[in-house]
Design a protein around this ligand. Sequence first.
Ligand SMILES: [Zn+2]
Length: 58
Amino acid sequence: MCELCCGSHVVPVRIGAIIEFYDCPNCGPMPEEKFQKMMDELEKKIKEAEKKFYAEVR
Ligand SMILES: [Zn+2]
């Protein structure tokens, strides 16, 4: 696996207090398919977190 991006195709670069994300110079930009999948999973995680949050509040 790539040491720079750990297979994520994205490399975080810290500039002062800001962290920017760049395409991995070794692996190239993330394929559209993978990006979409990542966003789907992120959305799922957010929805699960919301469910948990509301369950705790009620
Ligand atoms: Zn890489």
